[in-house]
Design a protein. Structure first.
Length: 123
């Protein structure tokens, strides 16, 4: 599995791209100067790093994602559960809930998600 990671500044940069894509690289430079106070060279350096990691691409001066924001955070969530709870969703939920009570609506929503996943997987 490919390793996708973002430092705090990279995450803000990525969110900006995900919100605005497709975006021309000159327009991205202007936005980063306005939003983060970055110089042109900083924007291109960070963009190059994230392109090398397979998250974005800069083709013909147009920046687009190779990995959507949803896919990125889904990957990060799965990785967290795997590393912290041995991949066990029940252990994760137990720790996450920490004695909190679910509302009837929340419990029903979780049950529907589990049922849908089980149907999709033929369980």
């Amino acid at each position: 599995m490919k390793e996708y990671r973002l430092a705090e500044g990279e995450a803000k940069f990525a969110k900006l791209i995900w919100q605005k894509e497709p975006i021309s690289s000159p327009e991205l430079v202007k936005l980063c100067e306005k939003e983060f106070g970055w110089k042109k060279s900083t924007t291109y350096t960070v963009l190059k790093k994230l392109c090398e990691r397979g998250i974005f691409q800069n083709e013909k001066a147009v920046v687009t994602s190779l990995l959507s924001e949803e896919e990125f955070y889904s990957y990060k969530s799965r990785k967290f559960v795997e590393e912290s709870f041995g991949g066990s969703i029940p252990k994760f939920l137990t720790a996450f809930m920490g004695g909190k009570k679910l509302s009837a609506d929340q419990a029903e929503e979780i049950k529907e998600l589990i049922d849908r996943f089980a149907q999709d997987k033929g369980v």
